[in-house]
Write a protein that binds this ligand. Structure first.
Ligand code: BGC
Length: 554
């Protein structure tokens, strides 16, 4: 393994840090309870920072930790600039930030800007009377028939994007739950207020923000109310303000849209620095089930170029359902049939399951999927617990089944809390295959062959080069469709990635004439493979096996 294992440089915010990042997504509430009340908090998280650092990731993405009635797990914010009392205080947050930075870890927080909780004082004022100065901070109407072109996102719970407010006797607009009124971004005061929120956290030292639900900021009659030019104006405004004071800051857009519609969120490098690649994710799952590379190749070939300073964020699972909005109807049926036969596994337009159970706990598939996550273009995001193969509980309601307490050790609370198990904010996963006795950090740390140890190695190898984060991609087209092979290049570095997407051994002949004379060096073991010559390069791969080769030219 060439330079794998080099020690990390200490934290120093520098431009483009996000291009080489590996993100670890976690919820403070679910990670570690440091106070013994059954709810995770910053104290607990600080205690576990060594674990996160040791995993090798370089950035932590925190789900919302602000005061909130928690009807949408904190995405219903009641105060943008303080901490939910269950999770700690601003002082605790500052300590966390300092401790994370000390370990070279960047911190990304949530900016839920499309909407607030109906408990936010802004909304309370706005609804208090039609003449209130804050009235226009939200979107009101006397009837519920405007903007009919806008789809309903939470189809399982909401019937309309309008809800009647009995207090001010009018309807307010919301793209998500009815307790989450949308802010009115046509009002310049709202833009300024959100810009102040950004300033508040950035000044404190936060490195980047995930901009939640950005396609829906502005409404216009006769449109779908998604991705409107006016929405891009708002984002450009916020970016200008960010750049003025925090040039190393980063915006990560959550825009669950087709690649061509996400492309404008990067602007000319003057909007968001990063955006999630939503359509790629279900296609990785499809490709493995179909044992065919086509879904992955097709979507990446349809993905437009993005400005030099921008970057895709890619992921396998996150805190939400595995969304199936960006697939065709047939593809969606296929995904449901293959991955969510039981209706309890489905919610809205997606699947509420974690990675390991979706892959039937097949270690080979879990490794291959993570290998793809770490080698396809973009910055990978790992969802907490997936590095140890945590399970889910599809019976917990909403998306809570994938938000259960992190499993640190065996025992009733999985080492998450000293409280009695029945006091925890959520039950730990208790089925025999995934309960803390079967899956936990402590036992995984003891075995050099555990998934956790393997993930650490994978991350180390990924970090040994900048090619994966910054390089170009070219697909090879071997006759064997079960093999996905591509070349990543940056400067004079070249990496060849070969994946067997199928459940049986495969042989593949690769046309590597362009690399004639080069020696493939397998990156996890550092071993040399036969020199590339004129003839097709023959490789054999076991079920779900993959290789990363550095092509060494002599
Ligand atoms: C978040 C969800 C949340 C929704 C509404 C998102 O896209 O990821 O968890 O429910 O926004 O705030």
């Amino acid at each position: 393994m060439p330079d794998a294992g080099k020690s990390e440089k200490p934290y120093a915010p520098r431009p483009l840090w996000y291009k080489d990042a590996i993100i670890y997504e976690l919820h403070v509430r679910a990670f570690c309870d440091g106070t013994g009340d059954g709810i995770g908090d910053f104290r607990g998280l600080i205690h576990k920072l060594d674990y996160i650092q040791d995993l090798g990731v370089t950035a932590i993405w925190l789900l919302p930790f602000y005061p909130s009635p928690l009807k949408d797990d904190g995405y219903d914010i009641a105060d943008y600039t303080s901490i939910h009392p269950s999770y700690g205080t601003l002082e605790d947050f500052r300590t966390f930030l300092e401790e994370a930075h000390r370990r070279g870890l960047h911190v990304i927080t949530e900016l839920v800007l499309n909407h607030t909780s109906d408990q936010h004082p802004w909304f309370q004022e706005a609804r208090s009377s039609r003449n209130n100065p804050r009235r226009d901070w939200y979107v009101w109407n006397d009837t519920d028939d405007r903007y009919r072109g806008a789809r309903i996102i939470f189809v399982d719970t909401e019937k309309s994007n309008w809800t009647w407010d009995p207090l001010s006797k009018s309807y307010y607009w919301h793209r998500f739950f009815s307790h989450q009124p949308d802010l009115n971004f046509d009002n310049p005061q709202v833009r300024e207020a959100i810009s102040d929120v950004i300033k508040f956290w950035m000044e404190m030292g936060v490195d980047g923000m995930r901009l939640d639900a950005v396609p829906y900021l502005v409404e216009r009659e006769g449109t779908s109310c998604e991705n409107l030019p006016e929405t891009h104006e708002v984002l450009k405004f916020l970016r200008r303000k960010l750049d003025e004071q925090f040039p190393a800051g980063m915006f990560l857009a959550e825009a669950n849209q087709w690649p061509a519609d996400v492309r404008p969120y990067f602007g000319d490098g003057d909007e968001c620095h990063m955006a999630f690649h939503f359509p790629l994710m279900p296609r990785i799952f499809m490709a493995i089930r179909l044992e065919d590379r086509k879904p992955i190749v097709e979507i990446l070939q349809q993905t437009p170029e993005i400005p030099e300073t921008c970057q895709w964020a890619i992921f396998l699972r996150n805190h939400d359902e595995l969304t199936l909005e960006m697939v065709s109807d047939e593809e969606r049926d296929y995904m449901y049939d293959e991955y969510a036969k039981d209706r309890a596994m489905r919610i809205n337009v997606g699947i509420r399951r974690r990675l390991a159970p979706m892959l039937e706990n097949d270690r080979r598939k879990i490794e291959l999927m993570n290998g793809l996550l770490m080698s396809l273009p973009g910055t990978p995001a790992i969802y907490y617990g997936d590095e140890i193969g945590m399970g889910d509980n599809i019976y917990l309601g909403d998306r809570n089944g994938v938000r259960t307490p992190m499993q640190w050790s065996g025992g009733w609370t999985g080492g998450f809390s000293l409280a009695d198990p029945e006091r925890l904010y959520s039950p730990v996963v208790s089925n025999v295959q995934y309960c803390p006795q079967a899956v936990n950090v402590q036992s995984a740390s003891r075995s050099p062959h555990s998934l956790l140890s393997w993930m650490k190695l994978l991350i180390r190898v990924r970090k040994s080069t900048r090619v994966f984060g910054r390089g170009s991609i070219e697909f090879l087209s071997p006759a064997n469709h079960r093999v996905l092979a591509f070349v990543r290049r940056l400067g004079n570095e070249t990496i060849l990635v070969v994946n067997n997407l199928s459940s049986s051994a495969q042989a593949v002949e690769l046309d590597l004439r362009n690399f004639k004379g080069a020696i493939p060096v397998e990156m996890s073991g550092g071993n040399i493979f036969p020199r590339i010559g004129e003839l097709p390069y023959l490789l054999t791969l076991g079920a779900y096996q993959f290789f990363w080769f550095k092509l060494r030219r002599i």
